[in-house]
Design a protein around this ligand. Structure first.
Ligand code: AGP
Length: 605
């Protein structure tokens, strides 16, 4: 997830671009760059690191300019380097991009056959090359032809060398908002970069081309029909704007999950099959593996519990999930047929990094699932499968968790297929279900209205339980940590069938129990467990599948998921658990994004 901005008008464009990039920096901050028109042609300044470094470099050039584009990067394709930093330039085209072009390799091969080679390792430069290949003299026509060749998510701002003062933009999936004011026309990834100039804006409709000049923004669809955009108005201040108008980053990041899932899943699907070739992960990594160990911490470890379930269910290969701080001191049994998977949003968690190093010392093959590109765990693993959630600011992990699930599902499908435990047909069916998850999660996001009142009732709770079986037990662990870390209410996740072996003695009148019952094969057992706690006075909040037959007397609150294959229920139930924790913490008046005693990344033992 990157931040992009374009401006053309009658004030210093460099200043507008740099201030906008600073505001957009929470969307990505490993490198930044600007390109702008000057008297002597198009100039570009790039810098690895944060926008401040770019601003220093830009201050050294006294070029004045009224038109330019800027980009702050969250690396997905291609490492963190100046050459991979946007804007990218080819021929007459200079471009910035937020999103992922899934078929960039095929396009690169086509361009190579015409003798055209990129200088960077990015999918974005390939997009610039494709647009340039269609460019004769008409920018709109070149863009229209080029986007027909592109597959994937994109928001582009494009300048053409022989069209000074003009910026063109088009999007598919990735966000772009724009406005025209007395100072000129401005377009960016979100309002945070516009709000200084105007609170009136519009969202660029997908597959429409915006042509920005100082005095106007002209929008046409792909059939050359001109349209007037629907104008919107915000009454946020600047601070709120960075959170996209949400009260906390956590809520914003909960709502970013559809885009994060789409960006993580789509590039790993080729011809309907899971495919890691663009991640440099060959099937040989999995071929002779007879055991898997997943080592991680906190929420990442909980994603590993779901991964264990999925891998064992499909490939029949034993998987153990270890808390990384335990694994590293356990003298683990590892050999060359063991695959150790480390999961980490930050890629810097000390215990997980130590677990990875121990695994490598002992001769295991290592694969990491990491969100931050170029982080220590990513660099030191034999293989890395990046999640593309974009920066996660809130301490409580939400979008990073669900994209970790997506990565685990992709690995479990590919692994089982290679082990010949599932057919190609079955694999494609599973992939089709996984591809529905961004939409499924989108639907789940509207359950907040039903959950907020439930959370308000937990306000005074001292302690509560999450119970479940199988995938629902793994989810219970995640629900429990989410609630504890931001609402400071004690909670415990329990395998529902285990309650009667001791802990049920704690269930007395009005003790809240959040019961996850999304798994059909153990639904009847869950009903009995719910009856057990209810008969002892528990207040039950039940999360169940769409067609669950639930007697009204069984629970105090019932939250049902939209219809979904129950193997994929975790993607929806996770949203419910995130909302429960979020609204409870808000009701208790706590600082949701920065809970006490916690850091976003635990880089010490
Ligand atoms: C999750 O909400 C917490 N912030 C914490 O448990 C986190 O998942 C854990 O510290 C692991 O961090 P990592 O994914 O960056 O390795």
């Amino acid at each position: 997830m990157c931040g992009i901005i374009g401006f053309t008008g009658n004030i210093n464009a460099k200043e507008v671009l740099l201030q906008g990039l600073k505001a957009l920096e929470y969307r990505g901050y490993d490198s930044a760059g600007i390109s702008f028109f000057t008297e002597t042609g198009l100039k570009t300044i790039k810098a690895v690191g944060k926008v401040a470094g770019l601003a220093e470099k830009a201050a050294m050039s006294d070029d004045c300019t009224k038109c330019g584009i800027g980009h702050t990067r969250w690396a997905t394709h291609g490492g963190v380097s100046e050459v991979n930093c946007h804007p990218h330039h080819f021929g007459k085209v200079t471009l910035i991009h937020n999103g992922i072009i899934e078929n960039y390799k095929e396009l690169q091969e086509e361009l190579a056959s015409e003798g055209k080679e990129p200088v960077s390792q990015t999918d974005s430069e390939i997009a610039a090359m494709v647009i340039d290949s269609y460019y004769k003299a008409d920018p709109v026509s070149a863009i229209k032809k080029a986007v027909k060749k592109l597959r994937g998510a994109y928001a582009f701002c494009i300048m053409f060398e022989d069209h000074p003062g003009s910026i063109y933009a088009i999007r598919n999936g990735s966000p772009l908002v724009a406005t025209n004011t007395g100072a000129g026309s401005i377009i960016a990834s979100d309002m945070v970069a516009l709000i200084k100039y105007s609170k009136d804006y519009f969202v660029l409709p997908e597959h429409h081309i915006a042509h920005l000049t100082e005095g106007s923004i002209n929008i046409t669809d792909l059939d050359h029909n001109e349209i007037e955009p629907d104008m919107l108005h915000v009454n946020w201040d600047m601070a709120a704007a960075r959170k996209g108008g949400y009260e906390y980053f956590m809520l914003k990041e909960i709502h970013e999950q559809p885009e994060a899932l789409r960006n993580t899943i789509s590039p790993r699907i080729k011809d309907g099959m899971p495919d890691f070739s663009e991640d440099g992960i060959d099937d040989s990594l999995f071929a002779d593996i007879n055991r898997i160990i997943i080592a991680a911490c906190g929420t990442a470890m909980h994603a590993g519990l779901i991964g264990k379930n999925m891998i064992e269910k499909l490939s029949r290969v034993p998987v153990s999930v270890d808390i990384a701080s335990e694994f590293r001191y356990q003298d683990p049994v590892i050999d060359e047929k063991t695959l150790v998977i480390t999961i980490s949003q930050s890629g810097e968690t000390a215990d997980t990094l130590a677990a990875l190093r121990l695994a490598k010392e002992r001769g295991a093959k290592t694969l990491s699932i990491v969100n931050v590109k170029g982080s220590s765990i990513a660099r030191e693993s034999d293989y890395v499968l990046y999640t593309h959630a974009g920066p996660e600011i809130a301490v409580a992990s939400t979008k990073a968790y669900t994209v970790q699930l997506a990565a685990m599902y992709l690995v479990s499908f590919r692994f089982a297929y290679i082990k010949e435990k599932i057919s190609g047909k079955k694999t494609k069916e599973l992939i089709k279900e996984l591809e529905k998850m961004p939409g499924f999660v989108e639907k789940m996001l509207s359950c907040d209205k039903a959950i907020e009142p439930i959370s308000n009732k937990l306000l005074k709770t001292e302690s509560l339980f999450f119970i479940g079986r199988g995938l629902d037990y793994a989810l219970s662990c995640e629900g429990s940590i989410k609630l504890k870390e931001i609402s400071y209410i004690h909670s415990e996740a329990y395998a529902a069938g285990e309650l009667k072996h001791g802990t049920i003695s704690l269930i007395t009148d009005n003790v809240p129990v959040i019961a996850l019952a999304t798994q059909e094969d153990v639904f009847a057992k869950m009903i009995s467990n719910i009856r057990e706690v209810r008969s002892r006075g528990a207040k039950v909040i039940m999360i169940a599948g769409a067609d669950a037959q639930v007697d009204a007397s069984l629970c105090d609150h019932l939250i049902t998921l939209p219809p979904v294959n129950d193997v994929f229920a975790p993607f929806g139930a996770a949203i419910v658990l995130q909302y429960i924790a979020y609204y409870t913490a808000v009701a208790r008046g706590l600082n949701v994004d920065q809970p006490r005693n916690l850091a976003k990344s635990v880089t010490v033992e």
